[in-house]
Structure formats: C-alpha cells, structure tokens
Ligand binder design. Structure first.
Ligand code: NAD
Ligand code: UDP
Length: 308
C-alpha cells in the first residue's frame, strides 16, 4: 500500500514509518521539521520504499495514497504553545487538507487525537463516551480545542462525504527518539538524571499520568488503521497510572543518578489525573500494552545515554 505519514520525522511518526517500511509498504514521510528531525529517519533513507517530503500540512497537497496517518502537530506543551496560532491551524487547516486528500483519493485516514480532548477530566478513568472538561481560553486550548475540532472535522467528513476515517485518542507515550529538548516529562527527567542536573517536578508532583511505551502504541495505531467497520474514537494508552513524583524517583533509581528533585511551579491548566479506560481497544482491536514502565524506561535511558 502507499501510505502517507504526516509528522513522520517526529517521535511517533518515525517509529511508525519504520514498521511500515519494513512491512514493505510504499511510505511517504511528510514533515515540516518543526519538532521532528532528519536524524530520526536517516536509517530509513536506504530503503527504496521510503521517501521524505518537506511540507507543512497547513498548505494543501496532492499525492496518490491509500492510507494517511495524520500525526503532524507538535505534541509537547512547550512546542505547541510556542506558536499557538500555528498549532490551531495545523489542527483545523491541516486536518481539512488531509481530509480533502482522503476524499479525493478515497484513502483511509487515521487522526492522531489525544487524551487532552478530555481536558482536566472529572471522571476517572477516561472512557471514550466522556465529553471532557476543557478550558477553551487557556494556554493549552490551542492544542486541546484544536484536537477537538480535528475530531469534529473527521466526523463531519465521514457523515457528509463518506470519508473512511479512524480516530485514536493517544495517551502519554514515551520512548527512544523523543527529542532531548522535547520538554515532556519522561525525556526531561531522563536527560536531567543522566546529566546529574536537578529533576524538575512541576507542582508537588502528585498529578498523575499513565505512560505507554512506543512499540505498544505503534501496534495499536496499525491495528486500528487496518480494522474494518470501526471508526472510533478509541483510547490507546497504558492504564498503569502513577504520580509524577513517583516517576521522578523511578528515573533517579534506574539511572543511579545523584540528581535531586527541584519542585517548580505547576503550569496553568495542567490536568491533575489521567488514565485511559482501554476496554474498547481490548475488545475491538484485541490490543493491550505489553511493556511495563521499568522495562520501557530502561530502553529509553539506554537511548539517551547513546545520544547525549
Ligand atoms: P513530535 O513533536 O515528536 O512529532 C510531531 C511531528 O509533526 C514532528 O516531526 C513535527 O515536525 C511535525 N509537524 C508539526 N506540525 C507540522 C505541520 N504543520 N506540518 C507538517 N509537519 C508538522 O510529537 P509526537 O509525540 O510524535 O506526536 C505525534 C502525534 O501524536 C501528534 O499529532 C500528537 O498530538 C499525537 N499525540 C502524541 C502523544 C504522545 O504522548 N507522544 C499523545 C497524544 C497525542
Ligand atoms: N512535568 C514535570 N516536569 C517536567 C515536565 C513535565 O513535572 O520537566 C509534569 C507536567 O506538569 C505534567 C506531567 O509532568 O503534569 C506530564 O507532562 P508532559 O508535558 O509530559 O505531558 P502532558 O501534560 O501533556 O500530559
């Protein structure tokens, strides 16, 4: 199949491209290299079935494809808040452009949505039928509301134009190829611990997240793309939930670091709890995450040891 991966040079996108290339698909990796890096995909350049296209999805594009994984959007709060208007545009103009392409080529399109559509959730764990609790005017809104509009657009193209869509709500995912300066918690803590710098815990660290290892996530995305008669939305994530303070302690222990914890102020609208209910993914995709946090952290630590 001819598969377009937008955001293909990013963290998730580069792993996805790798699996698709090795499965012998024709893979077109599209990226504007805002947060992605050529280094993430260098090793794929020798494959004849892999191509790179520098392009911003805010602008229309016309290529022949059978499937589109739409991942193009900065995912780290630091980067999506750097130019919030561009973040909204990627999710409104960019998603519209990808849907128009899917409509013309009759390609199936999968949208990388996010647990952020639930905002600071008032029900726990989060199920797909929960509508969320989102601040529409805060600093995270460009991403949260952008991704919510993206889901609306997907549904409207499905209802109005019969576009073949899939919506996946991705919960916090981590692993090798996160950028050193990405700013998200797992990469920050590992880099700080390896460099012997203070570990920056925002707030008192009692907010929770549930972390999924990259290889589990990629299998879930591909299973969803290839499943018939189910458009989602479906949660994908690892339900094992713990506090950010506990994550900091784990990273210090696994890296045998002498770093100390430095508590910093909590960014505004930082969700206090987050855990996916993955009942739907289990029953429809027969998907469950397999990699436990300690193993995933060890693999990620090995990666950062090599590159910093
Ligand atoms: P990332 O920042 O590593 O990757 C995003 C990629 O998209 C980068 O390569 C970037 O250069 C590219 N990009 C950004 N805007 C673009 C544009 N307008 N046109 C073309 N390319 C553009 O982030 P990631 O963690 O790999 O996330 C990938 C997708 O998954 C994002 O849509 C994100 O919202 C979603 N997601 C990720 C997580 C996670 O925990 N990793 C959680 C929820 C949702
Ligand atoms: N966080 C932290 N220190 C950091 C980076 C993040 O304590 O150096 C916290 C952040 O406040 C949030 C959690 O870790 O509560 C997850 O943050 P991340 O940016 O990784 O993802 P998101 O908030 O989008 O889930």
């Amino acid at each position: 199949m001819r598969i377009l991966v937008t955001g293909g040079a990013g963290f998730l996108g580069s792993h996805l491209c790798e699996v698709l290339v090795k499965a012998d698909h024709e893979v077109l990796c599209l990226d504007n290299f805002f947060t992605g890096s050529k280094r993430n995909i260098y090793h794929l350049l020798d494959f004849k079935n892999f191509e790179i296209l520098r392009h911003d999805i805010i602008n229309p594009i016309d290529v022949e494809v059978d499937q589109i994984f739409n991942l193009a959007c900065p995912a780290s709060p630091i980067f999506y808040q750097f130019n919030p208007v561009r973040t909204i545009q990627a999710n409104v103009l960019g998603v519209t452009n990808m849907l128009e392409l899917a409509k013309r080529t009759k390609a199936r399109i999968l949208q990388a949505s996010t647990s952020e559509v639930y905002g600071d959730p008032q029900i726990h764990p989060q199920r797909e039928d929960y509508w969320g609790y989102v601040n529409p005017i805060g600093v995270r809104s460009c991403y949260d509301e952008g991704k919510r509009v993206a889901e609306s657009l997907m549904m409207d193209y499905y209802r109005q134009n019969k576009v073949d869509i899939k919506i996946v709500r991705i919960f916090n995912t981590y692993g090798p190829r996160m950028a050193v300066n990405d700013g998200r918690v797992v990469s920050n803590f590992i880099v700080q611990a390896l460099k012997g710098e203070d570990i920056t815990v925002y707030g008192n660290g009692d907010q929770t997240r549930s972390f999924c290892y990259i290889s589990d996530m990629i299998l879930g995305l591909i299973s969803m793309m290839n499943l018939e008669d189910f458009i989602g939305p479906v949660n994908l994530g690892n339900p094992s939930e713990f506090t950010i303070l506990r994550l900091a302690e784990k990273v210090i222990k696994l890296t045998k670091s002498k770093s100390r914890i430095n508590f910093k102020s909590l960014p505004s609208d930082d969700p206090s709890r987050r855990q996916p209910d993955i009942t739907l993914a289990k029953s429809r995709l027969a998907w469950v995450p397999r990699i436990e946090i300690d193993e995933g952290l060890e693999r990620t630590i090995e990666y950062f040891k090599r590159i910093i």
